[in-house]
Design a protein. Structure first.
Length: 313
């Protein structure tokens, strides 16, 4: 029987944590009782610098149940860093990452384990539909996934960070030293045999989402800029296109001057200059974003810093 570690990153989740602990503890106990996993299997809550009472709730749960462990990060390192902290700090045969709000269906975990036992190293939890999302979120999600595919980024459609991985897959993941994390695209790069489990995502039962529009847009840009250089090539193509159009316009100006004299049209000239200036600034902005990522990568700062661990050696 394999030792299973269920990693639950959480940030300001005091309103839902008690229910999460109850639900996940019952699931873990049932899987142990039915002989699907080892008795040493555990839940590991990763407190990602919460400012509410999340850590106090987690500590009390650890004292009551030896199968519950916890990692407290020194500050907020972000959702992706918290996931890695849980997987890297816990020793297990199989790992599951699932958000503490339990919008992803934890009852899929036994089915995921079946795929692992059948020889897979990675099992993706994929949403069956997006009916619980708003129209705006559904539409932008479809556009985003299609954009990533168009840019050549290998990503599992409708998959977030609910997945199961073997120890071999996690150890291989450690060979990827990126500081700009986007695990949804990094995991498929491992190349190991994988499977998919579908589920219906439920609405949040308590608390507020920790992924507002600004964070979603930042994560979306990470997915594009971390795994595709096409935006940089588009800047180059745009430069050539503007040079060509400028040459055509120059020829037109010379032609008009030769037959009719000076062209009257200050407004049109200013408009053209403004457009070209905007394109130049946009191009510099895209290049600057890539340079900023290089700046972060070369510093090789830690992905997370552990402040305290409970029920972990």
């Amino acid at each position: 029987m394999k030792k299973l570690a269920i990693i639950l990153p959480c940030y300001n989740e005091e309103e839902i944590l008690s229910q999460t602990i109850k639900t996940m503890s019952a699931l873990l106990a049932k899987m142990i009782k039915t002989g699907k996993i080892s008795k040493e299997s555990l839940l590991c809550f990763v407190n990602d610098g919460s400012r509410d009472k999340s850590w106090d709730i987690i500590k009390k749960a650890c004292l009551k149940n030896p199968n519950i462990s916890a990692v407290n990060l020194s500050k907020n390192f972000g959702h992706q860093g918290a996931i890695l902290a849980g997987m890297y700090e816990v020793s297990a045969d199989v790992y599951v990452t699932i958000d503490a709000d339990l919008q992803d269906n934890p009852n899929c975990i036994p089915e995921m384990l079946k795929n692992i036992n059948s020889g897979c190293d990675i099992v993706y939890g994929v949403r069956d539909s997006r009916q619980t999302d708003s129209f705006f979120k559904r539409t932008t999600a479809v556009i985003y996934y299609r954009l990533l595919k168009l840019l050549g980024v290998n990503i599992v459609y409708n998959h977030a960070d609910f997945r199961m991985m073997t120890r071999r897959a996690v150890e291989t993941l450690k060979q990827f030293p990126e500081r700009n994390l986007f695990l949804r695209a990094i995991i498929p790069l491992l190349g190991f045999k994988s499977a998919t489990v579908y589920y219906d995502r439920t609405a949040r039962q308590a608390g507020e989402t920790k992924y507002p529009l600004s964070k979603m847009m930042a994560l979306a840009w990470n997915g594009v800029s971390n795994f595709s250089i096409i935006p940089l090539r588009l800047v180059t193509f745009l430069g050539f296109a503007i040079c060509f159009l400028s040459s055509v316009f120059l020829c037109y100006v010379v032609y008009r001057w030769s037959i009719k004299g000076t062209i009257v049209g200050w407004a049109s000239l200013v408009t053209i200059i403004t457009i070209f200036s905007g394109v130049q600034l946009l191009s510099l902005g895209i290049i600057g974003e890539y340079l900023a990522k290089v700046f972060v990568e070369v510093k090789k700062r830690p992905l997370f810093i552990v402040d305290e661990k409970i029920n972990l050696s």
